[in-house]
Ligand binder design. Structure first.
Ligand code: 9MR
Length: 369
């Protein structure tokens, strides 16, 4: 008879069930389980579970997922009469298998459109596109996807409406229509407006006007998604807090949907810099190609701690905090606004090791579970 070692069995069981919310596992999602979802954006290869170490880190630390790219229009709706849900189906299956909160990103966005969509010139065609696009996608995942970014980045920095192919063909009614179409396709799913720089006063006022307009016209909007592509020193905690309070005062949830913090110089911040000049390969713009100095690592950890402290203060108003990527190596910030740099914006490094910033976020909850 084979004798089973109980210790080995316990360890194996723990390893196999690392996606289930076991209390004994120390993780972001467990530490914050009574506060808000802790999410991450998944790349195509992570959705396809190509790397076992990344896969188990995702399962261990996060309980909410967003597809970083594969649910955008150009990928799911490449031609007028053709949808491709291959990767979107895998993404949803991944979330279901691991009992995660699944967020859909995004239905109506002026960027990453399929080329055929850019050619739509009149209101009849655009109306037909919006109806087909939103209804098909939202109905397909009805009851499976928990929330949607219905409209993404419709505002300019001054709070006015961005001149997109949607605004140009339909006027501002496209916003209300998008929310109505999504609600009709899945009345129970949470519907969000998502954008960046939402802590800036003028843009914040724009969001407030937008949410009020959608509600007044009978549309259903459940939340504002603040992307949270932030810097070490801005936006200020005061402006972040004002935004949380202002959005929740409208009766909607607040989510931080694409959180990351750049530690690299930004060409737009350089006095007198010509942003059209080529900064690629300029060592001044890529100061930490090998490793992040401890002093900056500490600054990043402090910034994350300050931000999460504020999030905890307003946890009743916040539904989810999602990082824009699992680890630094995957971040879009390595290639924007300058290609080929080495940035350090997330809580895990390229080797999937937790950084000082991870510890500082975890420390806020220590002894409080
Ligand atoms: O992280 C995404 C990157 O891989 C894509 O190349 C890029 C294309 O526009 O989109 C990035 O994600 C964006 C998100 O979908 C919307 N908010 C801004 C994000 C960063 O650009």
């Amino acid at each position: 008879m084979k004798i089973i070692n109980p210790y080995l069995l316990a360890i194996t069981t723990l390893l196999l069930v690392n996606c289930s919310p076991k209390k004994e596992v120390t993780s972001l999602k467990n530490s914050y389980k009574d506060d808000f979802y802790i999410g991450t954006a998944l790349s195509a290869s992570q959705i396809e579970e190509k790397n076992a170490a990344e896969d188990s880190l995702i399962c261990k630390e996060f309980n909410a997922i967003t597809a970083e790219n594969i649910m955008k229009s150009m990928f799911v709706h490449p031609q007028k009469d053709k949808y491709d849900f291959t990767l979107a189906d895998k993404f949803v299956a991944f979330g279901e298998k691991n009992k995660m909160f699944i967020h859909g990103h995004t239905l109506i966005w002026h960027s990453q459109l399929a080329p055929w969509m850019e050619k739509i010139k009149d209101s009849t065609e655009m109306k037909a596109f919006m109806k087909d696009h939103i209804t098909t996608i939202v109905s397909k995942y009805k009851g499976k996807i928990n929330s949607w970014d219905v409209v993404n980045e419709a505002l300019n920095e001054d709070g006015t409406l961005r001149k997109s192919v949607f605004l140009n063909t339909l006027g501002e009614s496209y916003l209300v229509d998008a929310f109505k179409l999504a609600a009709a396709a899945d009345p129970k799913v949470d519907l969000y407006y998502n954008d960046y720089n939402l802590e800036e006063p003028a843009k914040r006022e724009g969001v407030i006007r937008l949410v009020k307009k959608i509600k007044a016209a009978g549309g259903k909007i459940d939340g504002v998604g603040s992307q949270g592509h932030w810097k070490l020193d801005s936006p200020s905690l005061e402006e972040i807090e004002k935004s949380i309070l202002a959005y929740s005062a409208l009766g909607v949830k607040v989510a931080f949907t694409e959180l990351d913090i750049t530690v690299l110089p930004n060409p737009w911040d350089l006095k007198g810099a010509d942003v059209n000049q080529n900064f690629e390969g300029n060592p001044k713009m890529n100061p930490y190609p090998e490793t992040l100095p401890d002093s900056v690592q500490t600054k990043l950890a402090q910034r994350y701690a300050d931000i999460f402290k504020l999030f905890l203060k307003h946890k009743e108003k916040i539904s989810r905090v999602t990082f824009w990527g699992v680890h630094d190596g995957q971040s879009w910030l390595n290639d924007w606004p300058i290609k080929g740099r080495t940035n350090y914006p997330l809580l895990f490094d390229t080797k999937l090791q937790p950084k000082k910033a991870y510890n500082s976020v975890m420390q806020l909850k220590e002894g409080k579970e």
